[in-house]
Design a protein around this ligand. Sequence first.
Ligand code: PMP
Length: 477
Amino acid sequence: MAPSARRRRAHTSGRDLRRYAPLFAKRTTVMRSSAMRDLMELTARPEVISLAGGQTDTSLFPPGEFAAMMTKIAQEAAGKALQYGPTEGFARAKWCVREVMAAEGMGPEDDDIIITTGGQQAIDLITKTLIDPGDIVICEGPTYPGALPTFSAYEAEVLHVGMDENGMKIDELEQLLDRLGAEGRRPKFIYSVPTFQNPAGATMSAERRRQLVDIARSRELLIVEDNPYGLLRYSGEPLETLYGLDGGDYVVYLGTFSKILSPGIRLGWLCAPPPLMEKVVLGKQASDLCTSTLSQFFVGEFFRAGRWKSFIGESVDRYRQRRDAMLAALDTYFPAGAGWTVPEGGLFIWATLPEYIDTTDLLTRALGENVAFVPGTSAFADGRGRASMRLNFSGVDETEITEGIRRIGGVVARQVELYESITRPGGDGKQSGGSGSAGSGDPADGAGDSDGDGKVVAFRRQSLRPAQPEPGGEEGP
Ligand code: PMP
Protein backbone atom coordinates (compact mmCIF):
# COMPACT_ATOMS: atom_id res chain seq x y z
CA MET A 1 0.00 0.00 0.00
CA ALA A 2 1.36 3.44 -0.88
CA PRO A 3 2.14 5.49 2.25
CA SER A 4 -0.16 8.33 1.21
CA ALA A 5 -3.08 5.92 0.78
CA ARG A 6 -2.37 4.33 4.18
CA ARG A 7 -2.45 7.68 5.93
CA ARG A 8 -5.52 9.16 4.34
CA ARG A 9 -8.39 9.83 6.69
CA ALA A 10 -11.74 11.42 6.15
CA HIS A 11 -11.32 13.83 9.07
CA THR A 12 -8.46 15.52 10.83
CA SER A 13 -7.95 14.16 14.31
CA GLY A 14 -6.71 16.18 17.28
CA ARG A 15 -3.39 14.33 17.05
CA ASP A 16 -2.97 15.27 13.38
CA LEU A 17 -3.62 18.88 14.22
CA ARG A 18 -1.02 18.89 16.98
CA ARG A 19 1.53 17.36 14.64
CA TYR A 20 1.06 20.04 11.97
CA ALA A 21 0.30 22.97 14.26
CA PRO A 22 3.90 24.27 14.52
CA LEU A 23 3.92 24.65 10.74
CA PHE A 24 0.88 26.85 10.47
CA ALA A 25 1.16 30.58 9.84
CA LYS A 26 -0.18 32.72 12.66
CA ARG A 27 -3.01 33.98 10.45
CA THR A 28 -4.52 30.50 10.27
CA THR A 29 -5.63 30.89 13.87
CA VAL A 30 -7.98 33.71 12.89
CA MET A 31 -9.17 32.17 9.63
CA ARG A 32 -12.82 31.24 9.81
CA SER A 33 -14.78 28.93 7.65
CA SER A 34 -17.55 30.05 5.36
CA ALA A 35 -20.93 28.97 6.72
CA MET A 36 -22.28 28.46 3.21
CA ARG A 37 -19.37 26.26 2.17
CA ASP A 38 -19.80 24.11 5.30
CA LEU A 39 -23.49 23.82 4.65
CA MET A 40 -23.00 22.76 1.04
CA GLU A 41 -21.83 19.34 2.20
CA LEU A 42 -24.92 18.87 4.35
CA THR A 43 -27.33 20.18 1.76
CA ALA A 44 -25.93 18.09 -1.10
CA ARG A 45 -28.27 15.24 -0.11
CA PRO A 46 -31.08 15.21 -2.68
CA GLU A 47 -33.80 15.03 -0.03
CA VAL A 48 -32.69 18.34 1.51
CA ILE A 49 -34.43 21.52 0.35
CA SER A 50 -31.66 24.06 0.51
CA LEU A 51 -32.59 27.68 1.05
CA ALA A 52 -29.02 28.16 2.24
CA GLY A 53 -26.79 28.75 -0.77
CA GLY A 54 -26.71 31.69 -3.13
CA GLN A 55 -27.35 29.49 -6.11
CA THR A 56 -28.90 30.70 -9.29
CA ASP A 57 -31.16 28.53 -11.43
CA THR A 58 -28.65 27.26 -13.96
CA SER A 59 -31.39 25.27 -15.70
CA LEU A 60 -32.42 28.63 -17.19
CA PHE A 61 -29.49 28.39 -19.55
CA PRO A 62 -30.49 26.38 -22.65
CA PRO A 63 -28.06 23.43 -23.08
CA GLY A 64 -28.31 23.75 -26.85
CA GLU A 65 -27.07 27.34 -26.78
CA PHE A 66 -24.32 26.38 -24.37
CA ALA A 67 -23.19 23.57 -26.71
CA ALA A 68 -23.34 25.81 -29.79
CA MET A 69 -21.21 28.52 -28.18
CA MET A 70 -18.60 26.07 -26.93
CA THR A 71 -18.47 24.41 -30.35
CA LYS A 72 -17.96 27.79 -32.00
CA ILE A 73 -15.12 28.60 -29.61
CA ALA A 74 -13.54 25.20 -30.24
CA GLN A 75 -13.76 25.59 -34.01
CA GLU A 76 -12.70 29.21 -34.30
CA ALA A 77 -10.32 29.88 -31.41
CA ALA A 78 -9.30 26.61 -29.72
CA GLY A 79 -5.62 27.58 -29.58
CA LYS A 80 -6.25 30.87 -27.83
CA ALA A 81 -9.08 29.65 -25.63
CA LEU A 82 -6.87 26.89 -24.23
CA GLN A 83 -3.88 29.17 -23.62
CA TYR A 84 -2.90 31.49 -20.72
CA GLY A 85 -4.19 35.03 -21.00
CA PRO A 86 -3.22 38.47 -19.67
CA THR A 87 -3.50 38.94 -15.89
CA GLU A 88 -5.81 41.93 -16.37
CA GLY A 89 -8.12 39.89 -18.62
CA PHE A 90 -8.94 39.99 -22.34
CA ALA A 91 -10.22 43.17 -23.97
CA ARG A 92 -13.29 41.21 -25.12
CA ALA A 93 -14.19 40.26 -21.55
CA LYS A 94 -13.66 43.87 -20.47
CA TRP A 95 -16.04 44.97 -23.20
CA CYS A 96 -18.67 42.64 -21.68
CA VAL A 97 -18.04 44.21 -18.28
CA ARG A 98 -18.48 47.67 -19.78
CA GLU A 99 -21.78 46.58 -21.32
CA VAL A 100 -23.06 45.33 -17.96
CA MET A 101 -21.87 48.41 -16.10
CA ALA A 102 -23.35 50.72 -18.73
CA ALA A 103 -26.73 49.08 -18.05
CA GLU A 104 -26.42 50.53 -14.53
CA GLY A 105 -25.19 53.90 -15.72
CA MET A 106 -21.44 53.47 -15.26
CA GLY A 107 -18.70 54.05 -17.80
CA PRO A 108 -15.29 52.73 -16.79
CA GLU A 109 -12.37 52.57 -19.24
CA ASP A 110 -10.66 49.26 -20.03
CA ASP A 111 -7.67 50.24 -17.89
CA ASP A 112 -9.92 50.68 -14.86
CA ILE A 113 -10.98 47.01 -15.07
CA ILE A 114 -9.36 43.73 -14.08
CA ILE A 115 -11.12 40.43 -14.79
CA THR A 116 -11.09 38.20 -11.71
CA THR A 117 -11.92 34.63 -10.81
CA GLY A 118 -15.39 35.48 -9.53
CA GLY A 119 -16.37 38.40 -7.36
CA GLN A 120 -14.94 36.45 -4.44
CA GLN A 121 -11.42 36.87 -5.79
CA ALA A 122 -12.09 40.58 -6.24
CA ILE A 123 -12.86 40.81 -2.51
CA ASP A 124 -9.74 38.83 -1.77
CA LEU A 125 -7.51 40.98 -3.99
CA ILE A 126 -8.67 44.31 -2.63
CA THR A 127 -8.30 43.05 0.93
CA LYS A 128 -4.85 41.63 0.17
CA THR A 129 -3.87 44.98 -1.34
CA LEU A 130 -5.08 47.18 1.50
CA ILE A 131 -5.15 45.29 4.78
CA ASP A 132 -2.35 44.79 7.28
CA PRO A 133 -3.09 42.82 10.45
CA GLY A 134 -5.23 44.92 12.79
CA ASP A 135 -6.48 47.31 10.09
CA ILE A 136 -10.14 48.21 10.24
CA VAL A 137 -12.79 47.29 7.69
CA ILE A 138 -16.24 48.76 8.23
CA CYS A 139 -19.20 46.90 6.82
CA GLU A 140 -22.92 46.65 7.15
CA GLY A 141 -24.32 44.52 9.93
CA PRO A 142 -25.30 41.99 8.67
CA THR A 143 -22.80 41.73 5.83
CA TYR A 144 -22.05 39.25 3.03
CA PRO A 145 -21.08 36.08 4.94
CA GLY A 146 -18.50 35.14 2.30
CA ALA A 147 -16.56 38.38 2.80
CA LEU A 148 -15.95 37.78 6.49
CA PRO A 149 -13.60 34.78 6.03
CA THR A 150 -11.58 36.93 3.60
CA PHE A 151 -11.34 39.86 5.99
CA SER A 152 -10.30 37.58 8.83
CA ALA A 153 -7.76 35.71 6.68
CA TYR A 154 -5.92 39.04 6.29
CA GLU A 155 -6.43 39.72 10.02
CA ALA A 156 -8.63 42.76 9.62
CA GLU A 157 -10.66 44.11 12.49
CA VAL A 158 -14.24 44.14 11.24
CA LEU A 159 -16.65 46.73 12.62
CA HIS A 160 -20.32 46.72 11.72
CA VAL A 161 -22.67 49.61 11.11
CA GLY A 162 -26.35 48.86 11.61
CA MET A 163 -28.80 48.90 8.76
CA ASP A 164 -32.50 49.17 8.18
CA GLU A 165 -34.72 48.85 5.14
CA ASN A 166 -32.84 51.82 3.58
CA GLY A 167 -29.45 50.19 3.94
CA MET A 168 -26.47 51.22 6.04
CA LYS A 169 -27.35 53.81 8.69
CA ILE A 170 -25.19 56.72 7.68
CA ASP A 171 -25.56 58.61 10.96
CA GLU A 172 -24.26 55.56 12.78
CA LEU A 173 -21.37 55.37 10.32
CA GLU A 174 -20.44 58.97 11.01
CA GLN A 175 -20.54 58.39 14.76
CA LEU A 176 -18.27 55.38 14.34
CA LEU A 177 -15.84 57.35 12.15
CA ASP A 178 -15.79 60.17 14.71
CA ARG A 179 -15.13 57.74 17.52
CA LEU A 180 -12.32 56.06 15.60
CA GLY A 181 -10.93 59.48 14.68
CA ALA A 182 -10.81 60.44 18.36
CA GLU A 183 -8.75 57.29 18.94
CA GLY A 184 -6.45 58.24 16.07
CA ARG A 185 -7.70 55.37 13.91
CA ARG A 186 -9.03 55.23 10.36
CA PRO A 187 -10.69 52.37 8.52
CA LYS A 188 -8.84 51.10 5.48
CA PHE A 189 -12.12 50.78 3.62
CA ILE A 190 -15.88 50.63 3.98
CA TYR A 191 -17.29 47.48 2.39
CA SER A 192 -20.88 47.78 1.24
CA VAL A 193 -23.37 45.78 -0.79
CA PRO A 194 -25.80 48.65 -1.32
CA THR A 195 -28.18 46.99 -3.77
CA PHE A 196 -30.35 43.99 -2.81
CA GLN A 197 -27.87 43.22 -0.11
CA ASN A 198 -26.69 39.74 0.68
CA PRO A 199 -27.94 38.71 3.22
CA ALA A 200 -30.51 41.37 4.22
CA GLY A 201 -32.14 41.95 0.82
CA ALA A 202 -32.22 45.67 1.63
CA THR A 203 -31.29 48.45 -0.79
CA MET A 204 -29.55 51.65 0.25
CA SER A 205 -31.73 54.67 -0.49
CA ALA A 206 -30.64 57.31 -3.02
CA GLU A 207 -30.15 59.84 -0.25
CA ARG A 208 -27.91 57.56 1.79
CA ARG A 209 -25.90 56.72 -1.32
CA ARG A 210 -25.17 60.39 -1.85
CA GLN A 211 -24.34 60.84 1.82
CA LEU A 212 -21.99 57.87 1.82
CA VAL A 213 -20.11 59.08 -1.25
CA ASP A 214 -19.91 62.59 0.25
CA ILE A 215 -18.42 61.13 3.44
CA ALA A 216 -15.87 59.16 1.44
CA ARG A 217 -14.86 62.29 -0.45
CA SER A 218 -14.76 64.69 2.46
CA ARG A 219 -12.94 62.28 4.79
CA GLU A 220 -10.83 60.75 1.99
CA LEU A 221 -11.97 57.22 2.71
CA LEU A 222 -12.20 54.32 0.32
CA ILE A 223 -15.48 52.52 -0.29
CA VAL A 224 -15.60 49.03 -1.76
CA GLU A 225 -18.95 48.63 -3.49
CA ASP A 226 -19.86 45.02 -4.16
CA ASN A 227 -22.73 44.78 -6.63
CA PRO A 228 -23.50 41.27 -7.88
CA TYR A 229 -27.28 41.76 -7.94
CA GLY A 230 -27.96 45.23 -9.34
CA LEU A 231 -29.52 43.97 -12.57
CA LEU A 232 -31.75 41.44 -10.81
CA ARG A 233 -34.51 43.92 -9.98
CA TYR A 234 -38.09 42.66 -9.62
CA SER A 235 -39.85 45.84 -8.55
CA GLY A 236 -39.13 49.52 -7.89
CA GLU A 237 -36.86 51.93 -9.71
CA PRO A 238 -33.11 51.48 -10.40
CA LEU A 239 -30.79 53.65 -8.32
CA GLU A 240 -27.42 55.08 -9.20
CA THR A 241 -24.50 53.01 -7.95
CA LEU A 242 -21.94 54.44 -5.52
CA TYR A 243 -19.32 54.06 -8.26
CA GLY A 244 -21.52 55.99 -10.66
CA LEU A 245 -22.08 58.77 -8.14
CA ASP A 246 -18.41 59.02 -7.29
CA GLY A 247 -16.87 58.47 -10.72
CA GLY A 248 -14.34 55.93 -9.42
CA ASP A 249 -11.97 58.04 -7.28
CA TYR A 250 -13.05 56.90 -3.84
CA VAL A 251 -15.16 53.91 -4.79
CA VAL A 252 -13.66 50.59 -5.83
CA TYR A 253 -16.30 48.55 -7.66
CA LEU A 254 -16.71 44.77 -7.63
CA GLY A 255 -18.92 42.91 -10.10
CA THR A 256 -19.55 39.35 -11.20
CA PHE A 257 -21.16 37.32 -13.98
CA SER A 258 -22.17 34.69 -11.40
CA LYS A 259 -25.71 35.85 -10.77
CA ILE A 260 -26.55 37.25 -14.19
CA LEU A 261 -25.08 34.38 -16.20
CA SER A 262 -23.45 31.50 -14.31
CA PRO A 263 -21.50 31.03 -11.08
CA GLY A 264 -19.73 28.02 -12.60
CA ILE A 265 -17.77 30.12 -15.08
CA ARG A 266 -16.14 31.93 -12.09
CA LEU A 267 -15.85 35.30 -13.77
CA GLY A 268 -15.95 38.60 -11.95
CA TRP A 269 -14.20 41.95 -12.06
CA LEU A 270 -12.84 44.85 -10.09
CA CYS A 271 -12.63 48.53 -11.05
CA ALA A 272 -10.07 50.71 -9.29
CA PRO A 273 -8.05 53.87 -9.92
CA PRO A 274 -4.62 53.28 -11.56
CA PRO A 275 -2.31 53.29 -8.49
CA LEU A 276 -4.51 50.78 -6.71
CA MET A 277 -4.96 48.72 -9.86
CA GLU A 278 -1.20 48.27 -10.23
CA LYS A 279 -1.02 46.59 -6.83
CA VAL A 280 -4.15 44.54 -7.43
CA VAL A 281 -2.60 43.19 -10.66
CA LEU A 282 0.54 42.16 -8.75
CA GLY A 283 -1.64 40.45 -6.18
CA LYS A 284 -3.48 38.55 -8.88
CA GLN A 285 -0.29 37.49 -10.63
CA ALA A 286 0.83 35.89 -7.40
CA SER A 287 -2.50 34.27 -6.83
CA ASP A 288 -3.50 32.68 -10.15
CA LEU A 289 -1.65 34.34 -13.07
CA CYS A 290 -4.87 34.95 -14.97
CA THR A 291 -8.58 34.23 -14.95
CA SER A 292 -9.80 31.22 -16.96
CA THR A 293 -9.28 32.03 -20.62
CA LEU A 294 -12.00 29.60 -21.63
CA SER A 295 -14.55 31.30 -19.39
CA GLN A 296 -13.63 34.69 -20.80
CA PHE A 297 -14.14 33.38 -24.33
CA PHE A 298 -17.48 31.92 -23.29
CA VAL A 299 -18.73 35.23 -21.90
CA GLY A 300 -17.39 37.03 -24.96
CA GLU A 301 -19.38 34.70 -27.20
CA PHE A 302 -22.53 35.07 -25.12
CA PHE A 303 -22.37 38.83 -25.32
CA ARG A 304 -21.46 38.81 -29.01
CA ALA A 305 -24.65 36.86 -29.66
CA GLY A 306 -26.51 39.67 -27.86
CA ARG A 307 -28.26 37.18 -25.63
CA TRP A 308 -27.32 38.58 -22.26
CA LYS A 309 -30.11 41.11 -21.88
CA SER A 310 -32.90 38.68 -22.71
CA PHE A 311 -31.29 36.08 -20.45
CA ILE A 312 -31.33 38.52 -17.52
CA GLY A 313 -34.95 39.31 -18.38
CA GLU A 314 -35.79 35.59 -18.12
CA SER A 315 -33.88 35.29 -14.83
CA VAL A 316 -35.70 38.31 -13.41
CA ASP A 317 -39.10 36.84 -14.30
CA ARG A 318 -38.27 33.53 -12.68
CA TYR A 319 -36.73 34.93 -9.51
CA ARG A 320 -39.55 37.43 -9.05
CA GLN A 321 -42.01 34.51 -8.95
CA ARG A 322 -39.81 32.70 -6.47
CA ARG A 323 -39.45 35.75 -4.25
CA ASP A 324 -43.21 36.15 -4.19
CA ALA A 325 -43.69 32.45 -3.43
CA MET A 326 -41.32 32.74 -0.48
CA LEU A 327 -42.98 35.90 0.85
CA ALA A 328 -46.39 34.24 0.62
CA ALA A 329 -45.09 31.12 2.38
CA LEU A 330 -43.53 33.23 5.14
CA ASP A 331 -46.86 34.98 5.63
CA THR A 332 -48.55 31.62 5.96
CA TYR A 333 -46.08 29.57 7.95
CA PHE A 334 -43.99 31.86 10.15
CA PRO A 335 -45.31 32.83 13.56
CA ALA A 336 -46.55 36.30 14.42
CA GLY A 337 -43.38 37.16 16.32
CA ALA A 338 -41.27 36.86 13.18
CA GLY A 339 -40.32 39.58 10.71
CA TRP A 340 -38.60 39.58 7.36
CA THR A 341 -37.45 41.86 4.62
CA VAL A 342 -39.24 42.33 1.30
CA PRO A 343 -36.42 42.68 -1.24
CA GLU A 344 -36.95 44.48 -4.52
CA GLY A 345 -34.33 42.27 -6.14
CA GLY A 346 -31.41 39.93 -5.55
CA LEU A 347 -31.64 36.45 -4.12
CA PHE A 348 -32.22 36.73 -0.37
CA ILE A 349 -34.72 37.40 2.37
CA TRP A 350 -33.53 38.05 5.93
CA ALA A 351 -35.90 36.79 8.58
CA THR A 352 -35.71 37.59 12.27
CA LEU A 353 -37.42 35.42 14.85
CA PRO A 354 -38.33 36.06 18.46
CA GLU A 355 -35.09 36.83 20.28
CA TYR A 356 -35.06 33.66 22.38
CA ILE A 357 -34.63 31.52 19.26
CA ASP A 358 -31.06 30.69 18.27
CA THR A 359 -31.03 29.96 14.54
CA THR A 360 -27.80 27.94 14.70
CA ASP A 361 -29.56 25.58 17.05
CA LEU A 362 -32.67 25.80 14.89
CA LEU A 363 -30.66 24.77 11.83
CA THR A 364 -29.80 21.43 13.43
CA ARG A 365 -33.51 20.81 13.92
CA ALA A 366 -34.32 22.05 10.43
CA LEU A 367 -31.75 19.71 8.90
CA GLY A 368 -33.56 16.91 10.71
CA GLU A 369 -36.58 17.97 8.64
CA ASN A 370 -34.42 18.10 5.50
CA VAL A 371 -34.41 21.84 5.02
CA ALA A 372 -31.53 24.32 5.35
CA PHE A 373 -30.91 28.06 5.70
CA VAL A 374 -27.92 30.19 6.73
CA PRO A 375 -27.93 31.17 10.42
CA GLY A 376 -27.64 34.91 11.05
CA THR A 377 -24.40 34.79 13.07
CA SER A 378 -22.47 33.96 9.89
CA ALA A 379 -23.21 37.49 8.65
CA PHE A 380 -21.55 39.16 11.65
CA ALA A 381 -17.97 39.22 12.84
CA ASP A 382 -19.03 39.69 16.45
CA GLY A 383 -21.53 36.94 17.21
CA ARG A 384 -24.69 38.97 16.64
CA GLY A 385 -27.53 37.80 14.42
CA ARG A 386 -28.47 34.84 16.62
CA ALA A 387 -32.21 35.16 16.05
CA SER A 388 -31.95 35.81 12.31
CA MET A 389 -31.57 33.68 9.21
CA ARG A 390 -30.80 34.19 5.53
CA LEU A 391 -33.21 32.54 3.12
CA ASN A 392 -32.39 32.09 -0.56
CA PHE A 393 -35.25 32.02 -3.04
CA SER A 394 -33.47 31.56 -6.37
CA GLY A 395 -32.06 28.05 -6.13
CA VAL A 396 -35.20 25.91 -5.93
CA ASP A 397 -38.67 26.10 -7.49
CA GLU A 398 -41.84 27.53 -5.95
CA THR A 399 -43.15 24.18 -4.71
CA GLU A 400 -39.93 23.48 -2.86
CA ILE A 401 -39.74 27.02 -1.52
CA THR A 402 -43.22 26.70 -0.05
CA GLU A 403 -42.49 23.27 1.40
CA GLY A 404 -39.12 24.44 2.76
CA ILE A 405 -40.65 27.43 4.52
CA ARG A 406 -43.48 25.24 5.82
CA ARG A 407 -40.92 22.92 7.39
CA ILE A 408 -38.87 25.76 8.91
CA GLY A 409 -42.10 27.35 10.15
CA GLY A 410 -42.99 24.06 11.83
CA VAL A 411 -39.64 23.86 13.58
CA VAL A 412 -39.95 27.49 14.68
CA ALA A 413 -43.50 26.91 15.94
CA ARG A 414 -42.28 24.05 18.11
CA GLN A 415 -39.58 26.28 19.58
CA VAL A 416 -42.13 28.98 20.29
CA GLU A 417 -44.45 26.46 21.96
CA LEU A 418 -41.61 25.09 24.03
CA TYR A 419 -40.57 28.57 25.14
CA GLU A 420 -44.10 29.57 26.01
CA SER A 421 -44.74 26.39 27.92
CA ILE A 422 -41.65 27.10 29.99
CA THR A 423 -42.22 30.80 30.55
CA ARG A 424 -46.00 30.70 30.95
CA PRO A 425 -46.75 27.53 32.85
CA GLY A 426 -50.39 28.50 33.31
CA GLY A 427 -50.87 29.18 29.61
CA ASP A 428 -52.75 32.33 28.69
CA GLY A 429 -54.02 31.35 25.30
CA LYS A 430 -51.49 33.45 23.40
CA GLN A 431 -50.63 32.31 19.90
CA SER A 432 -48.27 29.44 19.63
CA GLY A 433 -47.02 30.09 16.14
CA GLY A 434 -47.69 28.30 12.89
CA SER A 435 -49.83 30.84 11.07
CA GLY A 436 -49.08 34.46 11.67
CA SER A 437 -51.13 35.17 8.68
CA ALA A 438 -51.22 37.98 6.13
CA GLY A 439 -51.67 41.55 7.16
CA SER A 440 -51.77 40.64 10.82
CA GLY A 441 -51.08 44.02 12.34
CA ASP A 442 -47.52 44.97 12.95
CA PRO A 443 -45.78 42.62 15.29
CA ALA A 444 -42.60 44.63 15.27
CA ASP A 445 -42.48 43.85 18.97
CA GLY A 446 -40.80 40.54 18.38
CA ALA A 447 -38.78 41.00 15.24
CA GLY A 448 -35.42 42.67 15.00
CA ASP A 449 -36.26 46.13 16.20
CA SER A 450 -33.13 47.26 17.96
CA ASP A 451 -29.41 47.25 17.64
CA GLY A 452 -29.06 45.02 20.64
CA ASP A 453 -27.61 41.57 20.65
CA GLY A 454 -29.24 39.33 18.10
CA LYS A 455 -32.03 41.74 17.13
CA VAL A 456 -30.06 43.68 14.72
CA VAL A 457 -31.90 44.99 11.76
CA ALA A 458 -34.76 47.40 12.10
CA PHE A 459 -36.99 45.64 9.66
CA ARG A 460 -40.58 45.02 10.44
CA ARG A 461 -42.77 42.28 9.30
CA GLN A 462 -44.16 43.44 5.99
CA SER A 463 -46.90 41.82 4.02
CA LEU A 464 -46.44 40.90 0.39
CA ARG A 465 -49.01 43.34 -0.89
CA PRO A 466 -47.10 46.65 -1.04
CA ALA A 467 -44.14 45.05 -2.71
CA GLN A 468 -46.01 43.44 -5.59
CA PRO A 469 -44.14 44.04 -8.83
CA GLU A 470 -45.75 46.55 -11.12
CA PRO A 471 -47.55 44.68 -13.88
CA GLY A 472 -45.67 44.75 -17.15
CA GLY A 473 -42.76 46.61 -15.57
CA GLU A 474 -39.55 45.99 -17.44
CA GLU A 475 -36.96 45.88 -14.73
CA GLY A 476 -34.47 44.03 -16.86
CA PRO A 477 -31.29 45.61 -18.08
N1 PMP B 1 -20.21 39.35 -3.23
C1 PMP B 1 -21.45 39.08 -2.84
C2 PMP B 1 -22.23 40.14 -2.13
C3 PMP B 1 -22.01 37.84 -3.08
O1 PMP B 1 -23.26 37.61 -2.68
C4 PMP B 1 -21.25 36.86 -3.76
C5 PMP B 1 -21.78 35.49 -4.03
N2 PMP B 1 -22.77 35.00 -3.30
C6 PMP B 1 -19.96 37.20 -4.15
C7 PMP B 1 -19.47 38.46 -3.88
C8 PMP B 1 -19.06 36.24 -4.84
O2 PMP B 1 -19.59 35.67 -5.95
P1 PMP B 1 -18.74 35.01 -7.10
O3 PMP B 1 -17.39 34.71 -6.60
O4 PMP B 1 -19.51 33.80 -7.50
O5 PMP B 1 -18.69 36.01 -8.20
